[in-house]
Design a protein around this ligand. Structure first.
Ligand SMILES: C[S@@+](CC[C@H](N)C(=O)[O-])C[C@H]1O[C@@H](n2cnc3c(N)ncnc32)[C@H](O)[C@@H]1O
Length: 455
């Protein structure tokens, strides 16, 4: 690994004798992590079912290391959305935010969605997740990951923090700011990070981070908690941003985070934080933990601030046009989904309970995308299949791990199986993969082209 010279000199100066340890740690292979989708399966149950070795990541109950020779993205359980592949230290921020089912959570810089999938699992389908990224291209991956994960209460937006803050004043119980950063923690894992570090200055990143954090803070409800994280080491983007924020916002305090698992304290002396407040932040160093490194700071807003006027929820009208959806649910589900439903053009969504009006915002998914109205018929979406459980659907077709039909289905092939006519949920064991339509003699494949395995 050829480090940028100015980075190496700077870190050597800051870390002193520890710099050697960091260089030494970087000689090894990057650690690979997998986080279990607890919307679908418990972590111990998944561990039992896979053939490769999983070793617990100490700071995330549902996170494991897997050996570098394994390819879990090629396993059909991955297609079934049973886990997300994520760098182990990147699992720490959400673990520190202590999210409870029913809370209103914002993930402000969310694409491609690793941490949002973790938040969705913590919410267990209750409450609201607004997951946002300002980059329209990256939002596509965010949408895919949320749908693949089976999130049913997520709203995906493609907005700037300024515009979001105009709508969501003092609204969220928890906010994650996983800030865009100079990415020094990615140097080993992704050599392109070195190139992009040379193009983005640490100072510019810090200015952007300060703006984003300030706007995020205005969206937090009184008593709410905000987790600021980066995957970089520079003091300016970490302790510097937090010290600057705390100096400007006496209504916030920094909350302590665990000092276990090899996590280290923040370094006030690197940013002239005389009060030493940023000590309560945490640094995950590659020479202290099995991970690429992260910075974490947990901020808590005073509970004395007056709540701003509550946002009015989206008004739900029973839509006549939705009759095909009701007919579909009657014919194919074991119990109808509870609304509210929203029809936008042909697209039908189930919106999270109490969702506020998001006037003027670029909303890419106003909720769970459940299907399309076509010629007065309802066609279920892939996202519906991924968010349902096998016992929610009347006709199902289950394959075992190793059945060749699994791969054929995932490649988009028609399956020669007979069965009762109608929409059928195709599953791997008890986990939905997608839809098929049974004709009586064969199953027409509705696995979406963009999701299919290539030859
Ligand atoms: C570190 S990445 C987020 C990774 C993500 N949290 C995950 O776990 O998959 C930072 C993201 O911030 C986005 N971003 C950059 N500037 C932003 C801004 N002003 N507002 C919101 N998002 C921004 C980038 O597009 C990028 O996707």
């Amino acid at each position: 690994m050829r480090l940028p010279e100015s980075f190496a000199l700077r870190m050597q100066d800051l870390l002193k004798e520890e710099w050697r340890e960091l260089l030494q740690a970087w000689q090894g292979e990057p650690y690979q992590g997998l986080r279990v989708n607890t919307l679908k399966i418990s972590a111990p149950e998944l561990k039992k079912r896979v053939s490769f070795r999983l070793e617990p990541i100490p700071w995330v109950e549902e996170g494991y290391y897997y050996p570098s020779g394994e390819r879990p993205a090629k396993h059909p359980y991955y297609q079934a959305g049973l886990y997300y592949l994520q760098e182990p230290s990147a699992m720490a921020p959400v673990a520190c935010l202590d999210i409870k089912p029913g809370e209103k959570v914002l993930d402000l810089c969310a694409a491609p969605g690793g941490k949002s999938t973790q938040i969705a699992a913590k919410l267990q389908g209750q409450g609201l997740l607004v997951t946002n990224d300002n980059n329209a291209e990256r939002v596509k991956a965010l949408v895919w990951n949320m749908e693949h994960w089976g999130a049913t209460n997520a709203v995906v937006t493609n907005e700037t923090p300024e515009r979001l803050a105009r709508v969501f004043s003092s609204y969220f119980d928890k906010i994650l700011v996983d800030a865009p950063c100079s990415g020094e923690g990615m140097f080993r894992k992704d050599p392109r990070a070195i190139k992009s570090w040379e193009n983005y200055s640490v100072e510019n990143c810090a200015l952007l981070q300060k703006d984003i954090l300030e706007l995020a803070a205005s969206m937090l409800s009184p008593g709410g908690r905000l987790l600021y994280s980066t995957c970089t080491f520079s003091p300016e983007e970490n302790e510097g941003v937090i010290a600057d924020f705390l100096a400007k916002r006496p209504d916030f305090k920094i909350a302590p985070l665990p000092l276990t698992h090899g996590w280290a304290q923040g370094r006030p002396e690197w940013v002239n934080d005389a009060a030493g407040l940023v000590k309560e932040a945490r640094r995950l160093w590659p020479h202290r933990v099995k991970g690429e490194g992260h910075f974490l700071a947990l901020l808590e807003k005073d509970s004395t601030e007056l709540l701003s006027k509550p946002l009015s929820p989206v008004h739900y009208r029973e839509e006549k046009n939705l009759e095909p959806l009701y007919a579909f649910m009657e014919e194919n589900l074991t119990h109808p989904l509870a609304g509210p439903f929203l029809l936008q053009g042909q697209y039908v969504y189930r919106i999270p309970q109490g969702l506020p009006v998001m006037q003027g915002l670029k909303v890419v998914r106003p909720g769970w995308f459940i299907g399309v109205l076509k010629n007065k018929r309802f066609e279920p979406s892939q996202a519906l299949a991924m968010g349902l459980y096998k016992n929610d659907v009347q006709r199902t077709l289950s394959f075992s791990l190793g059945d060749e039909e699994v791969e054929r289905y995932l490649k988009g092939e028609t399956l020669l199986v007979d069965g009762e006519k109608g929409w059928t949920l195709v599953c791997l064991e008890e986990f939905p993969l997608g839809w098929g339509k049974q004709t009586g003699e064969y199953l027409k494949n509705y696995y979406p082209p963009g999701w299919r395995l290539l030859e």
